[in-house]
Write a protein that binds this ligand. Sequence first.
Ligand code: MN
Length: 199
Amino acid sequence: MAFSLPDLKYDYNALEPYIDGRTMEIHHSKHHRGYTNKFNAAIEGSALADQSIEEILAGAGSHGAAILNNGGGFYNHNLFWEVMTPNGGGQPQGDLMQAINDAFGSFEEFRSKFSDAAATRFGSGWAWLVKTGSGLVVTSTPNQDNPLMDIAEVKGTPVLVIDVWEHAYYLKYQHRRPEYIEAFWNVVNWTEAGNRFGS
Ligand code: MN
């Protein structure tokens, strides 16, 4: 298998009470594993099997639905687990904080824009903080699309992301997506986001 499901760096219940352990377990061991397996099956035996995930996603618009959806699902969840941590929350430091202030005026204004993008993404998808050539941008994508894809409206380096598929929150929050988004801010790994911004 070309790509493997990563282990989480924390226990399934480590993000409680903000994200419950049962949701994390199903999300990682069932949903993420499913995307990973289907992605590997879709690229097996093709020239794509020798490419990096970034290279594959950069051509996602022409590789067909199985690679678009499952390659995106594989990558997006890898990132989502990384930008969360049990001792998270608060605000970023250093260059990332400066860039947020430059782009949005204040951290609170950024947070409001990101939460709004996550709450208003219709159906299933993701909200993102993206480093583009002209600075930081908040955007959202449908399904498993992401800013590394050639078909993305906003392209760039993902700095922060939240999964707003119902499978990410339905057991604990049911239809109350805004409550899940509010809780997410308590588990954001700003150290990791800062590293991604600096890379
Ligand atoms: Mn998900």
